[in-house]
Design a protein around this ligand. Structure first.
Ligand SMILES: [Zn+2]
Length: 278
């Protein structure tokens, strides 16, 4: 009786393995981490049984001194590619437009109204949750999105029983900026310029740079202007000017990616340990 049962279970296991091989669906790892490049069948094979985490890059298109207008999209998108494997995560398509009304006057910039942005980004997060992702990590590249993301995230988390983390990378890594450059950064300053220069040096234009393009951001509520009067905004007066140093850029890039990955790992670990939405 025991012998028959063992043969029977071996037969069942063999049939399962062979049928999955025949259908071409037996995979140890996905062929890509990018949802844009996956078929629905491949997605189904991995989410959520083997992959519970998705990285959603969000940004903006707006002026950035002498680096690309799409810097706020390019940075978190590249960060996602650098850390997805370590986190066993997929990468959702980037939301390339954000809320940037005070910069909309600059050539090539496009701003989305808060009334349009909030429900749109909320639907994206709800859609990702509906497919079984447990951890939705929003990699934000643009300060103007931060308040809107924070406004929708708690309700979506509760409604969908998912864990959501928003990472504002330039702020998370301010200590790394101080460490690598010896001073604070800025919008399109040393930090953002270095991050982009590390992987897109051909789109950085020091030959068009003039120190006068940079201006210190307002301290507290001292002043506010729309349009923003400078496309490089320094967090601290006299600090954060782009350095255009490739070696520094490479070092900064690695440290920033490692810091972001570590935060995400740490937060997921704590969610798991507390058995939240399990
Ligand atoms: Zn930026």
């Amino acid at each position: 009786m025991m012998f028959n049962r063992r043969i029977y279970s071996m037969l069942v296991a063999t049939v399962i393995v062979f049928s999955s091989l025949l259908w071409g669906q037996h995979q140890d790892a996905p062929t890509t981490r990018q949802m844009n490049l996956m078929t629905w069948k491949e997605f189904q094979n991995f989410v959520p049984e083997q992959i519970e985490t998705v990285l959603l890059p969000v940004g903006s298109i707006e002026p950035h001194g002498v680096i690309p207008n799409g810097t706020d999209n390019l940075a978190p998108e590249r960060m996602a590619q650098e850390i997805a494997h370590r986190l066993n995560a997929l990468i959702a398509p980037t939301l390339n437009y954000g809320v940037t009304p005070a910069m909309a006057a600059y050539p090539g910039a496009v701003s989305i109204s808060s009334e349009s942005y909030r429900p749109f980004v909320e639907d994206i997060v709800r859609g990702l949750a509906s497919h079984g992702f447990k951890n939705i990590i929003v990699l934000n590249g643009h300060g103007g999105n931060t308040g809107h993301l924070q406004a929708i995230v708690p309700d979506v988390s509760t409604d969908c029983r998912v864990r959501i983390l928003v990472v504002n990378w330039w702020s998370l890594t301010s200590e790394i900026t101080l460490d690598v450059f010896g001073e604070d950064g800025g919008h399109a300053g040393n930090n953002e310029t270095a991050y982009i220069q590390a992987f897109l040096p051909e789109h950085i234009h020091p030959e068009w740079y003039d120190k006068d393009m940079a201006m210190p951001n307002a301290k507290g509520s001292s002043w506010y202007a729309a349009p923003v009067p400078a496309s490089i905004g320094l967090y601290e007066a006299g600090q954060g000017y782009p350095t255009f140093d490739q070696k520094q850029a490479d070092t900064y890039f690695k440290k920033v990616n490692a810091r972001a990955a570590k935060l995400i790992e740490d937060v997921i670990h704590r969610w798991d340990r507390a058995k939240l939405y399990r």
